[in-house]
Design a protein around this ligand. Structure first.
Ligand code: NAP
Length: 398
């Protein structure tokens, strides 16, 4: 199998490390023949090029995309699919944002488009969802899908680090990107929720539709309040099937109870949980990001192509996507109690918006924090956007 590799940063270097080592009979049958980067490399490795035409002239069998961003890689992925070259991508932002057009293009040209590395790092997550749904009805998927923010929360919780110290440490360890705003705002988790829902229910959710509350304003006093109440703060993405026509989905920090499997997930690990009718609850844990775990997931997709072929029409039923249903997003039934904290006075403004404050729960809360009575996610979104408070931290209380 000849491979064209688009991008040679953190993930791309992991891919060449695994494939060049040829350490298993399967990887020994793979060869990275050309590598496209933006800027020229000083390396004497003749595989490097910055010229897309020279890259495609190498006539590889598979394109791996680990460049990141959208505008650079999208035309190259499109060209590959149009020429019936299967594509493997790690780029969750690109795949989630252009899901419908890329899967339809792949269908039109009868070629496979795989993106296991986009969700859950080293966890065989999307492939597992595709297999589970062949036997069982998936009712919900949820989990910790961002290694950077899990590491950050874990450092604050277990080592008493401040938000700034924990973020700096995550960056030094290479978990957090130089600009971590997509991770902190919850956009990254929203891409992964959309992709998980798409695989679980054959739909095409747009990530920007998913209501997301981020972690930028979390502070030590929030973590401490959770600790004193036996709750661990985790950043959770979830999607649930509602009847036969809708999905509810939300991205939000959650104060989790000890019996929630997510509450024990530490370091930069990811944990995905599937709820399905026959199997019940099953959870999957692995390194959530980083060079080799992500490259591992990419190489697993190459193995899949070797085993099952590169044409969609060749696939045996377990891996066939049976087509996209237009399930609607409906969060009207998704409700909970929420913790809100800000330096601006909140109580009166929340009451003015018709929110009831759970008075008996207020004791021991940090200054400026309140806990609401049960409200829907829709109402929470409406109220928190109206508040327009810069340092508002919002979390669900399990
Ligand atoms: N890092 C992780 O742990 C992780 C985990 C899961 C998924 N991902 C996803 O994997 C992708 C890559 O992430 P990364 O961390 O490896 O990024 P990175 O370290 O910034 O590397 C990006 C690489 O792509 C090249 N590149 C970017 N735009 C290009 C273009 N238009 N044409 C040719 N080459 C281009 C860059 O070349 P130059 O060096 O010449 O600029 C660089 O070699 C992203 O979509 C990311 O979301 C990353």
């Amino acid at each position: 199998m000849k491979i064209g590799l688009l991008g040679h940063g953190t993930v791309g270097q992991g891919v060449t490390q695994i494939i060049d080592a040829q350490s298993t009979p399967t990887t020994a049958g793979m060869q990275v023949t050309k590598i496209l980067t933006r800027s020229p490399r000083k390396s004497s490795d003749s595989r490097f090029t910055t010229d897309p035409a020279e890259f495609f002239a190498a006539n590889f069998d598979v394109l791996i995309e680990c460049a990141g961003g959208i505008d650079g890689p999208l035309p190259l992925i499109t060209t590959a699919l149009e020429h019936q070259i299967p594509v493997v991508s790690a780029n969750k932002k690109l795949v989630a944002t252009h899901y419908l057009e890329l899967t339809e293009l792949a269908r039109k040209h009868d070629v496979r488009f795989l993106f296991e590395a986009t969700v859950g790092g080293g966890i065989p997550w999307l492939r597992n969802l595709a297999l589970i749904k062949q036997t069982d009805e998936i009712e919900g998927v949820y989990g910790i899908f961002n290694g950077t923010t899990n590491y950050l929360l874990d450092q604050m919780e277990k080592h008493g680090k401040s938000f700034t110290q924990a973020l700096k440490q995550a960056q030094e360890k290479g978990y957090a990107e130089a600009d971590p705003s997509d991770d902190l705002a919850g956009n990254d988790v929203a891409y992964k929720c959309a992709l998980s829902a798409n695989l679980a229910w054959g739909t095409h959710l747009r990530p920007e539709e998913i209501p997301a509350w981020g972690l930028s304003n979390v502070r030590s006093e929030d973590i401490e309040w959770g600790r004193q109440n036996g709750l661990t703060l985790k950043f959770v993405g979830q999607a649930k099937r509602v009847g036969t026509k809708s999905i509810s989905t939300v991205v939000i920090p959650v104060f989790t109870r000890p019996d929630n499997p997510l509450s024990h997930v530490g370091e930069n690990y990811n944990c995905g949980v599937v709820e399905s009718s026959y199997l019940g609850k099953s959870s999957y844990l692995a390194q959530g990001a980083g060079s080799l775990p992500t490259a591992f997931a990419i190489v697993q997709d190459l193995v899949d192509l070797q085993i099952h072929g590169t044409r969609l029409s060749q696939l045996a039923p377990p891996l066939v996507d049976e087509g996209l249903n237009a399930l609607k997003l409906d969060n009207s039934g998704e409700a909970g109690r929420f913790y809100l904290r800000s330096s601006s006075p909140l109580v009166q403004r929340l009451q003015d918006e018709g929110l009831k404050i759970a008075k008996e729960k207020q004791e021991g809360l940090p200054a400026g924090a309140v806990i609401t009575e049960e409200i829907t996610v829709g109402k929470l979104r409406e109220v928190t956007s109206k508040l327009n408070v810069e340092d508002l931290f919002t979390a669900k209380v399990d």
